[in-house]
Design a protein around this ligand. Structure first.
Ligand code: YCP
Ligand code: CO
Length: 274
């Protein structure tokens, strides 16, 4: 069984990385997958099926990935990917920017695909105020580390930094990280203790006090209410799935069936099927 794992830490060439990141600042990013985002998570394709930057969703396809004009414009990242991974198994490479104050809705990936991919993250711009989450574990992927992220488990992310969190995200058509890496690499197991961020226990009545958001929630602020619950999940001991049950209870208590239905559909889309 594979699970989210810090694979290694790269010795990044900061000058070359800075040059690629400066170039990537000028790319056009798209808002695909907006239903998974509170705030802004924008991405651009570096490798995909067609080599066209406008094909911005994951999809099943046979054969090798093609580099896009953005992939072609980032020599250092190309070199890193080629040096550490089996590029012939690569299906998608993206740059993803999570902007200050943004969070991802807890979700599972690949539900719309015929087969799961192997997800690798390389944080390229991040700091102590950027967080990732998997189920009940909040953790940090530090600059230059290479992570295998088990995207079939419920996961999320939060950027509390004053700069965008920028990750290179790779998806391989392998059945685990070992086959995505060059043969000389070793894969560890699990999230190391020193990458984990502790959370406080829930306070008595904390859940109940969230229910008073029922007086405030409406269709226009639905995503903001969800963000409030997600932000609390990063600090206090909620389960990832509680995010949706808390939201559902707020919707329920509001007495607005359209919001109850919206939250239920959203949960299904993020966690079960789409
Ligand atoms: C993906 N997970 O990797 C999804 C969509 C947020 C992160 C956006 O495709
Ligand atoms: Co995801």
């Amino acid at each position: 069984m594979t699970r989210t794992t810090r694979i290694t830490a790269l010795d990044l060439d900061t000058a070359r990385l800075a040059r690629d990141l400066a170039c990537a600042e000028r790319f056009g990013y798209n808002d695909s997958y907006s239903e998974f985002i509170c705030g802004s998570w924008r991405s651009c394709m570096l490798w995909n099926r067609s080599g066209d930057v406008d094909d911005c969703f994951l999809e099943d396809y046979p054969g090798a990935a093609r580099s896009t004009e953005y992939g072609d414009a980032l020599p250092y990242l190309r070199e890193l990917v080629g040096r550490h991974f089996r590029v012939e198994q690569l299906k998608f490479a993206r740059l993803a920017r999570l902007t200050p104050g943004s969070v991802l809705v807890p979700h599972r990936d690949y539900l719309e695909l015929e087969s799961d991919l192997t997800r690798i993250h390389l944080p390229l711009q991040t700091d102590a105020d950027c967080f990732s989450a998997e189920e009940e574990t909040i953790y940090q992927m530090k600059l230059g580390e290479v992570w295998f992220l088990d995207a079939t488990r419920i996961h999320s992310a939060a950027c509390r930094s004053d700069r965008d969190r920028v990750h290179l995200i790779l998806d391989f058509s392998t059945s685990g990280p070992a086959d995505a890496l060059r043969p000389d690499s070793t894969v560890g197991s699990g999230i190391p203790e020193d990458s984990v961020v502790p959370r406080r226990a829930l306070a008595p009545g904390e859940k109940k006090s969230f229910e008073s958001l029922a007086d405030v929630i409406d269709p226009a602020n639905y995503q903001d209410m969800l963000a409030i619950v997600i932000k609390r999940y990063f600090d206090a001991d909620l389960k990832a799935a509680d995010v949706f049950s808390w939201l559902g209870d707020i919707a329920e208590a509001s007495g607005r069936p359209e919001l109850v239905a919206k939250a239920a559909r959203h949960e299904e889309h993020c966690l079960v099927s789409r």
